[in-house]
Design a protein. Structure first.
Length: 269
């Protein structure tokens, strides 16, 4: 699209054209395909560095670009957040143990378009309490996506997520949010995963953004560790996250990061 002629709403949200969605589909598919491939690597004894190395090499093999390598000094092609790590976990020597749950987050750039997605994995046998957390987190994402259509508000998205999570006696992280996407990595709006129905900017066809709720088994508070990246739950309770990139259409929304292999929800099956 012609960036100089793009329409920006009064809330600073860029409105893309229907033809631009093809670029988002291509970028989203690459990110989703890589996360499909990663599933086979998540097992007890594997390290998060090994998983990230595979992702880095796969991005290079496909001839696309990692959006995170070099972003604000970050050195990896993924964020891998294990157990009580909420988001932005740095890959390293961490060895996965039986029953560990982890979120893997990948963003790629394909012909200038950003594909951003994350999903949950488990190493070995999945503990029941972790399974329930993962189920609720995924369902909260899908309820948020179901609220995306012209005329609704961003508050409707947050309310759909928050109300479902809290009905299940879990909590929504408030320190991090979704974001505008497209030909940039982060842009307006901030997509909150909590809120009141009917509040916030009104959704319009052509808006592109992520929805990526982080849900804790315990309280919602987080803290960032000394590395200035890794966010953890303050009470050390388990945390889970799912993320899709979506675009508002005339009648609802399109999900750009669907798993081609149907592995987005239960990657371990």
């Amino acid at each position: 699209m012609d960036e100089t002629r793009a329409r920006i709403t009064r809330d600073g949200i860029r409105i893309y054209e229907e033809a631009d969605y093809a670029g988002m589909r291509a970028a989203g598919r690459v990110a989703a395909e890589i996360l499909d491939q990663v599933a086979a690597l998540v097992k007890p004894g594997a390290t998060t560095a090994e998983i990230d190395t595979f992702i880095t090499e796969e991005i290079e093999r496909r001839g696309v670009i990692s959006a995170t390598i070099g972003y604000k000094g970050y050195k990896h092609a993924s964020c891998i957040s294990v157990n009580h790590v909420v988001c932005h976990g740095i890959p390293g020597a961490k060895v996965l143990a039986d029953g560990d749950i982890l979120n893997i987050d990948v963003t790629v750039i394909v012909d200038g378009w950003f594909g951003d997605t994350s999903r949950m994995y488990v190493a070995g046998a999945l503990p029941r309490k972790a399974e329930r957390l993962i189920e609720v987190t995924h369902e909260s994402l899908m309820r948020g996506i179901a609220a995306v259509k012209p005329g609704n508000t961003f508050g409707d998205i947050g309310h759909a997520i928050q109300s479902y999570v809290e009905q299940n006696r879990m909590s929504v992280v408030r320190d991090f949010c979704g974001h505008g996407l497209g030909r940039v990595f982060h842009a307006p709006p901030n997509v909150l995963h909590y809120g009141r129905a009917g509040t916030g900017p009104v959704l319009e066809e052509g808006m592109i953004f992520t929805i990526e709720p982080m849900v804790n088994l315990g309280r919602p508070e987080t803290k960032v560790l000394a590395d200035d990246w890794t966010a953890v739950t303050r009470d050390k309770s388990l945390s889970a996250q799912y993320e899709h990139s979506v675009g508002v259409t005339a009648t609802g929304c399109e999900i750009f990061t669907l798993s081609p292999a149907g592995k987005f929800f239960r990657t371990w099956e």
